[in-house]
Design a protein around this ligand. Structure first.
Ligand code: KIV
Length: 285
């Protein structure tokens, strides 16, 4: 049964941890739903872990719609959050509502997510929520602000910076968000944000106290090895398994060891095979 925002609120209130994982394609979403994750984020990390860009900036709304659709097909019974890519919501409230609406209307996501907490972003949260769309905020290490943050660095490491994040989470909640994702902050900051929240707080690299945990699936299964954030735990080494499988295939094809016709080829009756050879024999000069 697909969880609704009311179910997620109840889980947060009762202390039952919410399990949140990214996915970008049909197959991964299918396995995640089978495993029983509560929420799937189709993140704009898509750009880095699936499309091969160095950053998330080049990801477009069309990319997001296409991948959210695939994930929805793979996980029809899971609460799906679609990420708003760079410059899909920064320009105006109208632009933000129209693009959030595309993710809901064309890809059937349950919620959208956007980064930041400044006055313009609070206005976007109000506008998108006002249009009836569940909206998740995202604060802390926000990749779309990496330039201003001076890179992909942990946030909230001074008392002042931590206080600003605690206030930001409250501002986003008050603007109408249904949830806030906190990324890359010390555990104490995740804890204080969570203690004060009236909505579910999800964390990625924000310690153990948040209502739920998110990881980028390609990190936790060992597929994305360009770099590994401190907060990732590797639950599998699928990258190494793929490498082994692909190398085995290369070796066997080159050695003539694959395919083995008795196992991997389609059958033809002896009678038809003999007939074919007779015909071919007559044709051969
Ligand atoms: O795009 C994404 O996957 C995200 C996570 C990094 C939080 O926003």
């Amino acid at each position: 049964m697909k969880k609704s925002i009311l179910d997620l609120n109840k889980m947060a209130a009762s202390g039952e941890k919410i399990v949140y994982l990214t996915a970008y394609d049909y197959l991964t979403a299918k396995y995640e739903e089978r495993a029983g994750v509560d929420m799937i984020l189709v993140g704009d990390s898509l750009g880095m872990v699936q499309l091969g860009y160095d950053t998330t900036f080049p990801v477009t709304m069309d990319d997001m719609v296409r991948h959210c659709q695939a994930v929805r097909r793979g996980a029809p019974d899971t609460f799906i959050v679609g990420d708003m890519p760079y410059m899909s919501y920064q320009v105006s409230d109208e632009q933000a509502v129209a693009n959030a609406g595309r993710l809901v209307k064309e890809a059937l996501v349950d919620c959208i997510k956007l980064e930041g907490s400044g006055p313009d972003i609070l206005s976007r949260v109000r506008a998108i929520s006002g249009a009836g769309i569940l909206t998740m905020g995202h604060i802390g290490l926000t990749p779309q602000f990496a330039g201003q943050l001076g890179g992909y660095k942990a946030q909230g490491k001074s008392a002042d910076a931590a206080l600003r994040l605690i206030e930001a989470a409250k501002d986003i909640e008050n603007a109408g968000a249904c949830s806030v994702l906190v990324e890359g902050v010390p555990a104490i900051v995740g804890r204080e944000i969570t203690k004060r929240a009236g909505i579910p707080i999800l964390g990625i690299g924000a310690g153990s106290y948040t209502h739920g945990q998110l990881l980028i699936y390609a990190d936790m299964v060992g597929l994305y090895d360009n770099f590994q954030p401190k907060f990732v735990k590797k639950y599998a080494d699928i990258g190494a398994e793929l490498q082994k499988a692909f190398s085995g295939y290369c070796n066997e094809v080159r050695a003539g060891a694959f395919p083995v016709d008795a196992e991997h080829a389609y059958k033809i009756s002896d009678a038809e095979a003999n007939k074919l050879m007779e015909i071919l024999g007559e044709l051969v000069p």
